[in-house]
Design a protein. Structure first.
Length: 231
């Protein structure tokens, strides 16, 4: 009988030793999770700072690029408008085309011969080329006629410009190889019309061609996404 109680007492003592050990184990596991969480938060903070630096870098490139374009064309007599937010170079299609036509006027060649090299000197030869994803020639029409008709017209006008500056008659062969890697054309029909100074729709201002650049936003956003995901 005495040995039986001794065995029971010994069993209770063994259980008493087990539960404090199990509690210590849970505490240790909890501390590990807390430590891992803290480490992850520190890493995430570094990633966010890196993301901010990346965004600041690309925004700085855009600002500097627009400043350089303004400096290059501030005394130009070509009648070009520069969008201060996007850097788009805007000019009325009357410089290049007859009304409702997509064939370049004779004087359009002289205009493009003067404008395109000066424009590309900034985009491709001033340290910006690695940031430039696309150079876009974009045609715009007014509301005269239907949407599809103007879509075709604006696309054909943009293509006519690209066809000339990539063709044999363009006198600057040295920049054509750079253009072939980045140049695209786009027609917007009348979807992005413009107003005059009084806020009224302007048929004349809506008919235009724009030279635009796109920075490597998608590549940067993808890199930022991977950074935040810890890949």
């Amino acid at each position: 009988m005495i040995s039986k109680y001794r065995r029971l007492f010994k069993g209770e003592q063994d259980e008493g030793h087990f539960w404090p050990s199990f509690t210590d184990l849970l505490t240790a596991i909890l501390l590990c999770f807390v430590l891992i969480f803290i480490i992850m938060m520190v890493i995430k903070s570094f990633q966010i700072e890196e993301m901010k630096r990346t965004i600041d870098q690309i925004m700085g490139v855009r600002v500097n690029l627009i400043d350089d374009l303004n400096e290059e064309f501030k005394e130009s007599t070509l009648g070009i408008e520069i969008d201060e937010n996007t850097g788009a170079m805007i000019f009325n299609t009357d410089i290049l085309f007859e009304f409702d036509e997509a064939i370049l006027k004779p004087e359009a060649f002289e205009f493009l011969d003067e404008f395109v090299p000066a424009y590309l000197d900034i985009l491709l030869e001033s340290g910006y080329e690695e940031y430039i994803s696309e150079i876009i020639v974009e045609g715009h029409a007014d509301r005269t006629g239907g949407y599809l008709y103007n879509l075709e017209l604006s696309q054909e006008r943009a293509f006519s410009v690209a066809e000339y500056i990539l063709g044999e008659d363009f006198p600057y062969e040295n920049i054509q190889e750079h253009l072939k890697e980045k140049l695209t054309v786009n027609g917007r029909s009348y979807t992005d019309g413009r107003n005059d100074d009084d806020g009224n729709y302007s048929y004349e201002d809506s008919r235009r061609v724009e030279f635009k650049f796109r920075l490597k936003d998608e590549e940067i956003l993808e890199a930022t996404r991977e950074l935040l995901e810890g890949n």
